[in-house]
Structure formats: C-alpha cells, structure tokens
Design a protein around this ligand. Structure first.
Ligand code: PLP
Length: 402
C-alpha cells in the first residue's frame, strides 16, 4: 500500500488544458487564443535578434558556470533597476533600492510574498484586482497570506471601475498590501489612465496601503518602456515605499530562461542594506542562488548600447503587431460583419490580452463549432491573432454573439 495512495488527482491548469485540446484538434482553421506568449504573424514563437546577438557575444567570452551571488548577477540587477525606475530615479541615485534577481515574475512575486509574510505578518491581506492573473492568488495563498479582491473591471463598460477600486482601497485595513499591475493588466487589458493612477496613489498614501507593483509587460504594452513605467515611477517619485516584481519573459522573449527581479524601495541606503540582508536569508534555503544564463543575456542586451537600441525597436515591433491586430479585429467585426455590438473595448484595452465580453456559452460554441480556443472568461491572447486568421476569428465571434 503506497503512502501516497490517498492523494487525489488535481484539476488541470485551465490554460494548459486549452493548449492540450488545441493540439488534439486537426481542423485546418483552428486558432489558439489561449497562449500567453508572443507569436509572430505566422503564429510562430519569436526569439529576438538582440537576444541571439547577446548569446553570441556571451558564448565567445567562454565564461565559467560558477554559482552567482544569492541575490543574482550585480550587473543584471543594476541594469534591470534602471529600466524599471528610470535612469534619473532619485531612489536609485540615493542607493536605497534593495534588489534580487528572481526566477522571472512568478519567482519575484513568490519572494515578495515570503518577504511580506516574514516582515508584515502572516495575516497580511494582499488586495488583488478583480479579476487578476490567476497565479497571483495561488502565490499569495501559498505564502500564507490572505488574498482579497478589490473592484477593478466593470463588465458594463468593459473598462475600469475606478470608483469601486478607490472605495475598496480606502476601506482596506491600513498596512495591507495592494497588488497593482503596472501596465497591460492581465487578464482584462484595462489600465488606469495617468490621472487615475494619481488617484490610486493618493488613496494608498492616505490609508497606508503598501503598493506591490507587478510589471510583467514593460515596453510590450505601448511599445515605449518609459511610458509603460510611468505608473510605477509616479509612486516612487512621490516618496512611497513600494515593492516591485519585474519580468523579462515577455518584453525580451526570455520566457524559459526565467529572468526577473524583486525589489523594495527603502527610505535610506542603510535601510536598504538591512532589507537586502534579509533577502539573502529568505532565498538561501529556497534555491541558494538563481540561474546565470538568462541574466547574462538580459544584462548584455540592457548594457550594450547597440543591442539596447535594437531591443527597443524589437519590443516596439511586438507591441505594434498586437496593437494593429486589435484594430483589424475590431474593424472586421464592425465594418465587415456589421456586428450590432460595440467592440470599441478591443482597441481601448492594451497589452497581450483582451477581455472580449464573450459569454462562457459562446466560448464553448467557438471551440465546438469554429475550432477557436480561449478561456471561458472570454479572455483572448492578441498574440494568437494574425493577418491570416483575423477575418475568420471576427466572423466566428460575430456568429456566436449575434
Ligand atoms: N504577472 C503577470 C500579470 C503575468 O501575466 C505574468 C505572466 O503571464 C507574470 C506575472 C509572470 O510571468 P513569468 O513568471 O513568466 O515572468
């Protein structure tokens, strides 16, 4: 009798389940709108030229594969911080940002969760937007914290429920954490305007809410890395102590390399030293030290002026492809299919994902009758749409929403 005999079969991951079903479908027109990774206009994964060039430079250096420090590669960390906070950030100039390299964005959230649990306490409530990326809730729960939703998405307008958001954060218990998507909100594609970010900042300040920014799409949303960081920088420049999870999965296409950072903006350099010492104590028993390869690539791309220039062009290219697919999809629905519904939200929303407003029943019909795969909440990955399939996708959306 096995000691594991009573372990129950867990439910499959909803997104991976979609990929499985898609793979099994042999229909020639099938479309996968569930994937959370960039695809080119032929539906193929993309490795950026700047990354290939960085790999070549690194390989020619014949570097060793010794362990790197517990908190990661120093050059990568400092370049990553400059990208997020900005070259002229006073927090960086005053050397008061504690940073560690992490296993991409998920690892950053997890280390952040462990840091919160240890220093703010087990029962800390972490407010997350309703809805949010599903893994946020799992990560914070597994860190022993209490995730709770604040109002975010307004089904009636397919836009932001700013009044609900401000109300929920102003009635939250002081000392709670609020997870904020810095740009390109996943899954809704709905971001606050800069004016609304100012309102969110005021509420956080007034009610002593600690902002935890998740920036997984810097540059990937608008095509401009500075524009996509303006929410984060607004908070930091106002003197608020924030936490940040940063990922290079999407904007540098380094998905499987697992490259990211977790950082905490402190009040002084001396405080930063103490916080950093605790990062090391937290990380050492979890995985000792992070992997070296992806961090070397990102450090090369960020610090080599020629590669950096190329990267900014490539990031903009990815964002522009997504933005143009939004316009085309909306145009086909409104002008060619003559849908009587409004599809304005497709172009109002930003980033990899779009909340279409399509009902779960219509999602099932899309799969069964049209071989189009998406999550039942109506979220589509814009990266799955190409100039070749956009018309078919629009016509199918129209059929199931008539
Ligand atoms: N945060 C958000 C909002 C995301 O959408 C993702 C990826 O989909 C992540 C974090 C983390 O991704 P990764 O761990 O691959 O960096």
């Amino acid at each position: 009798n096995s000691i594991w005999a009573n372990i129950k079969m867990g439910p499959p991951d909803p997104i991976l389940g979609i990929n499985e079903a898609f793979k099994k479908d042999s229909h020639p027109l099938k479309v996968n709108l569930g994937v959370g990774a960039f695809r080119d206009d032929n539906g193929k994964p993309k490795v950026l030229d700047c990354v290939r060039k960085a790999e070549k430079i690194i390989s020619e250096k014949n570097l060793d594969k010794e362990y790197i420090p517990i908190v990661g590669l120093p050059q990568f960390n400092s370049e990553a911080l400059k990208l997020a906070y900005g070259e002229n950030s006073s927090a960086l100039k005053e050397d008061r940002v504690a940073v560690t390299q992490t296993l991409s964005g998920t690892g950053a959230l997890r280390i952040g969760g462990a840091f919160i649990e240890r220093f703010l306490g087990k029962d800390t409530t972490v407010y997350v937007p309703g809805p949010t990326w599903g893994n946020h809730i799992s990560v914070f729960k597994d860190c022993g914290l209490q995730p709770k939703e604040y109002r975010y998405y307004d089904k009636k307008t397919n836009g932001l429920d700013i009044a609900g958001l401000l109300e929920d954060l102003s009635s939250a218990k002081p000392g709670s954490v609020a997870l904020l998507h810095g740009c390109a909100h996943n899954p809704t594609g709905v971001d606050p305007t800069f004016e609304q970010w100012k309102q969110i900042l005021e509420v956080c300040k007034k009610n002593s809410i600690i902002p935890f920014f998740d920036v997984a799409y810097q540059g990937f949303a608008s095509g401009d890395t500075n524009f996509d960081a303006q929410s984060l920088r607004l908070f930091v420049d106002s003197g608020v102590s924030i936490m940040l999870s940063q990922s290079f999965a999407k904007n540098m296409g380094l998905y499987g390399e697992r490259v990211g950072t977790f950082s905490v903006v402190c009040a002084s350099s001396e405080e930063k030293d103490r916080v950093l010492s605790q990062f090391k104590i937290l990380i050492r028993p979890i995985y000792s030290s992070p992997p070296v390869n992806g961090a070397r690539i990102a450090a090369e791309v960020l610090s080599n002026p020629e590669l950096n220039k190329l990267w900014l062009t490539e990031v903009k290219g990815m964002a522009d492809r997504i933005i143009s697919m939004r316009s085309l999809l909306r145009k086909h629905l409104e002008e060619d299919c003559k849908s009587s519904l409004s599809w304005k939200h497709i172009t109002d929303q930003i980033g990899m994902f779009c909340f279409t407003g399509i009902s779960p029943e219509a999602v099932d019909r899309l799969k069964d009758e049209f071989h189009i795969y998406l999550t039942r909440n109506g979220r589509i990955s814009m990266a799955g749409i190409t100039t070749k399939n956009v018309r078919y996708v629009a016509e199918s959306f129209h059929e199931v929403t008539k």
